[in-house]
Design a protein around this ligand. Structure first.
Ligand code: HEC
Ligand code: HEC
Ligand code: HEC
Ligand code: HEC
Length: 360
């Protein structure tokens, strides 16, 4: 994926132009534009359009002058390519036009402006061959999105193919020669792996080191943040589990009379009410239609245990673990009811009429 580091590296290496690949659109077009705005790098593409405006995302071509010889450089992206985006990004925001159409129009114009036409073809080899066969006038093709590299350049119907491999593992050194009259006299060149035999450039090594440090720091921050969230969630769940015992595991044993009365009330069936409405997993409802669930995580990741479903004794009396025998446990006040009987869910609530219906 394109990022600030590899754009800066390309500037440092001295690229005259590069083109858009599928990974460059992974974070969406707005992100790409921001990055490109920060570096003096020429990116050309003749068939990648802004989905919203229909305009080309970058310039379709550039003409560079090398010692009096003019090269027109353009690029295309495979229109069949699978453009995936990062999960945080809704859309890449582009449409990719037919490369044949875009180049059919553009290449004749480029021939007027320059001595040689160079195509950066992010299409893989088969499509690149197809394009060259259908669009006459392309002198050099750099084949992108194709993993196999070719040590030597080769020619098909007068077009020179250069296959530099991928992931920057090889370096392609191709040179054009001209005779004394300045007439083009052919090319020579080769690709070679960038292994230990190629000395590393100090400023590039520094750029890479900075990049690795930044990535490592960002990953550590992310890991720490995730650990913090996991820890918080664990605490929340522990709090929820410990808080109540449930009527059948406790209260009923010693307070059978109250239990029988409670069973007759609407409270004992509050969970069934949610089930009837297919809302039995909605944390926004479980909060009041179950016991001790006021702190349920809001993302629905926890379902309420069977033992704590419906509005049980502990909803009004508090956690059974705090049960004393001195009369201090379980005093119920109007505010206890108001936790659930609020304006929105119980507009008719009136303690004098409601309390007798649940008393025991
Ligand atoms: C703030 C607490 C609270 C929340 C949140 C809540 N309810 Fe209720 N719900 C109540 C109370 C209290 C009553 C009883 C109202 C009354 O009769 O005065 C009730 C009654 C109901 C009834 C009527 C029951 C009957 O048959 O009489 C239904 C159905 C219901 N709730 C469904 C839901 C659903 C679905 C959600 C979530 C979208 C939800 N509730 C969220 C507190 C709540
Ligand atoms: C809707 C709230 C609510 C629920 C649910 C509830 N109670 Fe009560 N309970 C009260 C109120 C109100 C009192 C009256 C005393 C008070 O004001 O503290 C009371 C009193 C009691 C008392 C005191 C002795 C008595 O009979 O006067 C016991 C014991 C008791 N409840 C047990 C239970 C048990 C066991 C359950 C579950 C099966 C239960 N309660 C469910 C509200 C509730
Ligand atoms: C091991 C038996 C036992 C269990 C289990 C038990 N209680 Fe009690 N509870 C008692 C006794 C004993 C009292 C003292 C008053 C009495 O003699 O009724 C009492 C009293 C109460 C009172 C009246 C206030 C008080 O402190 O005297 C409430 C309310 C109450 N219990 C609710 C509950 C609830 C809710 C549960 C379940 C979470 C529960 N009890 C579980 C034995 C029990
Ligand atoms: C944990 C939340 C919660 C608490 C606390 C609570 N209730 Fe409720 N109550 C509900 C829910 C939910 C319903 C609806 C049950 C259903 O029908 O599904 C309800 C229903 C009722 C009903 C039946 C209403 C009807 O129209 O049939 C009465 C009466 C009632 N509650 C009284 C009380 C009183 C009095 C208190 C306080 C002492 C209280 N409740 C405390 C959640 C609660």
């Amino acid at each position: 994926m394109v990022d600030a580091t590899n754009l800066r590296a390309m500037v440092q290496i001295g690229y005259d132009a590069t083109t858009l690949g599928a990974h460059d659109l992974y974070m969406g077009i707005d992100y790409l534009r921001t990055l490109l705005g920060e570096v003096p790098l020429t990116v050309v593409s003749a068939n990648v359009h802004d989905e919203a405006t229909g305009e080309l995302v970058v310039e379709p071509y550039v003409v560079v002058d090398k010692g009096g010889v003019k090269f027109a450089i353009t690029g295309v992206l495979d229109s069949e390519i699978d453009l995936r985006t990062h999960r945080d990004v809704e859309t890449h925001g582009v449409t990719v036009g037919e490369p044949y159409e875009a180049l059919g129009e553009l290449v004749p114009q480029l021939r007027e402006m320059a001595d040689f036409v160079v195509l950066l073809s992010h299409t893989g080899l088969p499509r690149a061959k197809d394009i060259v066969a259908q669009v006459p006038g392309i002198d050099f093709v750099l084949v992108g999105n194709h993993s196999a590299y070719s040590k030597e350049p080769y020619e098909i119907e007068g077009t020179v193919f250069i296959q530099p491999g991928y992931k920057g593992q090889y370096f392609s050194d191709y040179r054009l020669s001209f005779d004394a009259e300045g007439e083009y006299a052919g090319y020579t060149g080769t690709s070679f792996p960038l292994d230990d035999r190629v000395p590393s450039d100090a400023s590039m090594a520094l750029l890479l080191k900075e990049h690795k440090l930044a990535v490592e720091a960002a990953s550590k921050d992310r890991a720490a943040e995730q650990a913090r969230i996991r820890e918080a969630k664990k605490k929340e769940l522990e709090g929820y589990k410990e808080s109540c015992i449930g009527v059948n595991d406790s209260c009923r044993r010693c307070h059978e009379a109250q239990y029988e009365k409670w069973e007759e009330t609407a409270h004992a069936h509050a969970f069934e009410t949610l089930e009837e409405g297919n809302q039995s997993t909605n944390p926004a409802c479980l909060k009041c239609h179950t016991t001790c669930s006021l702190n349920l995580p809001e993302d629905g990741s926890v379902s309420v245990e069977v033992s704590l479903r419906s509005v049980q004794c502990e909803s009004c009396h508090g956690m059974g673990t705090e049960h004393a025998r001195d009369g201090s446990y379980g005093a119920v006040v109007e505010a206890t009811c108001a936790n659930c009987h609020d304006e929105e869910n119980s507009p008719d609530f009136d303690l004098a009429t409601y309390l007798p219906k649940v008393a025991h």
